[in-house]
Write a protein that binds this ligand. Structure first.
Ligand SMILES: Cc1ncc(COP(=O)(O)O)c(C=O)c1O
Length: 384
């Protein structure tokens, strides 16, 4: 077995969840998904596809009509992007892994902005790359980027910059000016940017296109930029395992080969569902976002009112990431909260060592009152 694989850490969030999964007395907010089922019209499209017998292998890069629809969707948000720049993948995580396989050789240097969803830092390690972490800094409960430090970390030796904004778990988002500075700098150093923008639509600030700033807003079609996306979050489709990549057109045929050797293709019936979802985005996404905003605005003030809790409302994403003063070991606290309070949260150190002492609460709850019940449990536990 390769040492790089043996060295991979198991998910600390899973470790907490394993302790409480299946227990009906636990209010679980540990995973990054809504508890709302995929909309009916999306599920119907998959059922119809199966009825028609679409049970065969399909194109490596995805159904042409879905690639076209995703290109139209992307163009409406960020300006012209042709379908020759789109690949449909088997989930956002698969999109990210394909991009890393495409760009990173063993021994290459990869810079990642952390804290971040652990898959993003594990993927370059799987390829045998050297990982350099640049940490966001917490200031009064909000995580901020030290842009000069990040720029200084990216040198001509840096093959790839990985950045996830809006960020899981912190909710931090890159500004347009920061994106432009990173793009300009990476053009000079010859560094690729892998931008994980799966939370771009889950953004709570007012913007003309209703989504978070994207590298696609300013990049040229041939820039060294790959953007990873997912149907999971904005379309309530976590279990369907579908995502997509936007890349320079010259990369696309090579991506087709890489998909062949990974998964061959995404299944057709799920792609039919994704087609319905992306074409019906106005029926799904705005409702999802306004509900998530309600969840955020319900949970955050209640948490802020507790002693020892430090947090700021996230600009994007679906998480409240907070520091619990007086508790240094996130994993131990998360396990105690499950066992002693019936509250399931993800430990901050699952996302970076510097987030030790922090906890992540996924606020994507269909029933908003569950959030208040969770806060009550935390409050009583803190008072013990
Ligand atoms: C930052 C980030 N990127 C990508 C993904 C991948 O999502 P999926 O594989 O469900 O499409 C997730 C899922 O939680 C995420 O948090």
């Amino acid at each position: 077995m390769r040492q790089a694989i043996q060295n991979l850490e198991e998910s600390k969030t899973r470790e907490v969840a394993n302790a409480g999964m299946g227990r009906s007395d636990v209010l679980a907010f540990w995973f990054g998904e809504s508890d709302e089922v995929t909309p009916d019209f999306v599920r119907e499209a998959a059922i119809e596809s199966l009825r028609k017998g679409e049970t065969f292998y399909a194109h490596n890069l995805g159904l042409p009509e879905l690639r076209e629809a995703v290109a139209r969707y992307t163009s409406a948000l960020h300006g012209p992007v042709g379908s020759e720049r789109i690949a449909i993948t088997s989930g956002g995580v698969n999109a990210l892994m394909l991009a890393v396989q495409m760009l990173v050789d063993a021994g290459d240097e990869v810079v990642a902005v952390t804290p971040v969803w652990p898959n993003l830092t594990a993927q370059p390690l799987i390829m045998g790359a050297k990982l350099k972490r640049v940490s966001l800094q917490p200031v009064d409960g909000a995580w901020q980027l030290d842009l000069p430090a990040l720029l200084a970390a990216i040198t001509p030796q840096t093959k790839l910059l990985i950045v996830n904004a809006p960020n899981n778990p912190t909710g931090w988002t890159l500004s347009r000016a920061e994106q432009q500075a990173l793009l300009d700098h990476c053009r000079l150093t010859g560094t690729w940017i892998l931008a994980d923008e799966v939370y771009e639509r889950l953004y709570y600030e007012t913007t003309p296109n209703g989504c978070a700033p994207s590298f696609l807003d300013m990049a040229r079609p041939d820039d060294r930029l790959v953007v990873a996306h997912s149907f999971s979050k904005s379309f309530l489709m976590t279990g369907w395992r579908l995502g997509w990549l936007v890349m320079p057109a010259a990369m696309t045929p090579h991506m087709g080969k890489l998909v062949e050797f990974n998964t061959s293709c995404a299944s057709v019936f799920t792609q039919r569902a994704a087609l319905a979802a992306v074409e019906g985005t106005s029926e799904v996404t705005p409702r999802v976002v306004s509900h998530l905003k309600l969840c955020r605005d319900t949970l955050v003030p209640q948490l802020q009112a507790l002693p020892r809790v430090q947090l700021r409302p996230a600009a994007g994403g679906m998480y409240a990431f907070f520091k619990l003063d007086g508790f240094d070991d996130s994993l131990a606290v998360a396990k105690r909260l499950v066992a002693e309070a019936g509250l399931g949260l993800a430990p901050g150190n699952a996302f970076a060592p510097e987030a030790q002492g922090w906890l992540r609460w996924c606020f994507a709850s269909r029933d908003v009152s569950r959030l208040g019940q969770g806060v009550e449990r935390l409050k009583s536990w803190l008072a013990l």
